[in-house]
Structure formats: C-alpha cells, structure tokens
Design a protein. Sequence first.
Length: 142
Amino acid sequence: MSEGDIQPKKVTKETVSSIDVKKETVSEKTNEVKSKKVTKDATTKDTATKETKNTDEKKQSTEYVLPDSNSRKLTNADLSKLSSNNLRIARNEIYARHGLVFKSSDLTIYFTSKSWYSPNPAYNGALNEVETYNLNLIKSME
C-alpha cells in the first residue's frame, strides 16, 4: 500500500460527538484540577494568615503586661492577678508606648528589650483618656 492508497475513516455524527465528549471531559478535568489548586492555594494562604495572627497574638501577649491598656479601660479584675512589680511595669508600659525615656536603669533595660519600644526624647507626657484612667487605676492598686 502506498501513500496515495490510504483511505480516510468515515466521519459520522457519532464519531464527531464522541470527539466532542472527549474534549469536554478533558476540559472538565483540567478545570477541576485548576479548581482544586486554587482551593488548595486559598486554604494554604488562610492557614498561613491564621498562623501569623496566632504568632502575633502570642508575641503581643509576651511583649506587654497589659496589651490593651492604651485602648480599653482596665478593671480591678485585670489588675488583681498582677504582682507589685508587674503593676509597676504595667504603669510604665503606658508611658513606654509613647517613647518615654526612663531615668530608672531597670525600666530602661526592661523596655529596650521590647521590640515595640522606641525611645522618644521629645515625648511630653501626653496620654489619652483611657490611658489616664488606667494609669490612675494601676496607681490605686500598687
């Protein structure tokens, strides 16, 4: 048989339909794989975001005696569990957030070890309403 003798296959509606179905099936599988990859990527990103948030929360809880003393009015219950030394640190933490440069060497050493502390010699002692309230509450417990 020579090249010219090759007979083409008969093309019928069934053959065309079969080819179209195969194309759709391949296309659907490709889309399914892409969908799974997108879902996996989104899940991975969500997990990473949650892990970062948890790490940040843990870091914040170890970086501060009272992490929200600048934004939430504290209660006696918040302070009752703190030692006198931690009450002193918590009181000065309010000032340290603003960058107060401490005269006491132990407070200077303590706060310079914190990642968030940035000494600001220009700080004038100004506090917001919540900080003033918390400062007075802490002083009353010391």
